[in-house]
Write a protein that binds this ligand. Sequence first.
Ligand SMILES: Nc1ncnc2c1ncn2[C@@H]1O[C@H](COP(=O)(O)OP(=O)(O)OP(=O)(O)O)[C@@H](O)[C@H]1O
Length: 492
Amino acid sequence: MGSGRWVDPAPLEVARPRLPWWTMLPRWVKLVLVPVALVIVAVWVAARVVRVAWFYPVSVVLGLLALLLYRWGGLWLLGSVVFVVGVGLFVWWWRDKPRFDVWLRWPRTEFRRVAVYAHQWRTVARLSNLTASAKGREYLPRLRRTRSEGWRDRVRVRMVKGQAPEQWEARASGLAHAFGSRSCRVRVIRPGVIELDLVHSNPLASPVALPAMGTESGVDLRRVVVGRTETGKPWRLRLLGNHLLTVGVTGAGKGSLLWAVVWALAPLVKAGAVRLVGIDPKGGMELGQVPEVFDRVVYDNGEAAVTLLEEVAAEVRTRAATYRGVRRLWARETGEPFTLLVVDELADLIAYQTDKRLRERAQTALQTITSQGRAPGFGVLAFVQDPRKEIVPFRNLFPTRIAMRLDEATQVDMVLGDGLRARGANAHEISESTPGVAWVKVDGQRDPVRARAFHVTDTNLVELRHYITGGSATIVPFPDRAPREIDGGTAA
Ligand SMILES: Nc1ncnc2c1ncn2[C@@H]1O[C@H](COP(=O)(O)OP(=O)(O)OP(=O)(O)O)[C@@H](O)[C@H]1O
């Protein structure tokens, strides 16, 4: 400075202020555009209000009512009404909890939406890598409708364009933890929209009681009720035009499913419209409890069992030949009975059989029945403990596959089909304390269903026996009951 020489100042390192483009417009254009802008803002605000009212109707209505009461009668009136309503709700909950719970789902839905999902959605989506970006813009999956049903929250999501449900399935476990639930399942609703089932508790924790014996006209072979699904609906199985394979470790509750089916069919069995044929390679431990319900039953896996299978296979071929060109599916009007072949331990018959020739004969007969039997009114209800391909090589011939409690995670896809474990069908996680719980996969339906078979007790089996024999059966204690009673106490 002292030298009097001029020194250039350092260039200012500030960004040049950038004004929005519309500020450059001429004044008259701005004046013309003001009403248009106001309309756009009003529409946007109205859309936000409608959105809030749509997602939080109960809160909006209650809030407006509270405001009205406050304006009209002041704080005292509002406080008194809140007190009276609170007492009324308590009495309702106390006197009629089930119905109260049903009504409670609306406020619960809104509370959980705001407190859990809307609140964390953006963060969880980002941390789970479920967002996308293009040209510097971030695309978020959109949170749509939510429903809280007590045991689970259903959260509907519009995926980001280009996303696949499989990406969500791969992150299901992380999403469950992030939203504080026990598990998360992904269901496809329609293209681009999925629903997350965030499960908090097990609605199938208590046994489902067997209903009273039905009537002949009440049984539909396309929708036989054998238990309850986790949504509280009846668990219906299609027997006509179908074959069912049930897999589960010992004690998984396969017996209860078997007897629940027989119980449901009993009125038709008695009327002669349904015929049951049974093979119980375990020496009659299971089917021997009510042998009268079977038209023919064999208690081993040897020559007699294989011959019975071959007889049924021959009947299938004969009946199929008479149907050719005449009818496509069995109906009761044909006068011939619908035949259900019940095999309690399929592996004993077609895999563990020591005699190779018998094994091959059994496999051939069973393949004939499963591949040709559906149209002429033959169904197979088979149970097995081990689902490996070497044990049941033709699992694909069973359109309905049921996984009860399994030993290993890898068995889930073996039983239900590829990718079903990723979709949440964790049959290997079914608790030992909930026998009868199963995951059911029906060919042609994408999502598996979780259900629990009716609990069939020894008393029910005695009743079944009486019903079939018209009360003439002599009820003698089953000779081999002791070990089973140590196992669990009841027959099923
Ligand atoms: N649906 C059910 N609800 C409640 N308890 C059940 C149900 N099914 C079975 N149980 C109980 O679980 C125990 C084992 O059931 P079950 O004998 O049917 O199993 P399983 O799979 O047939 O076994 P195994 O292969 O050894 O015959 C029994 O004590 C039975 O009372």
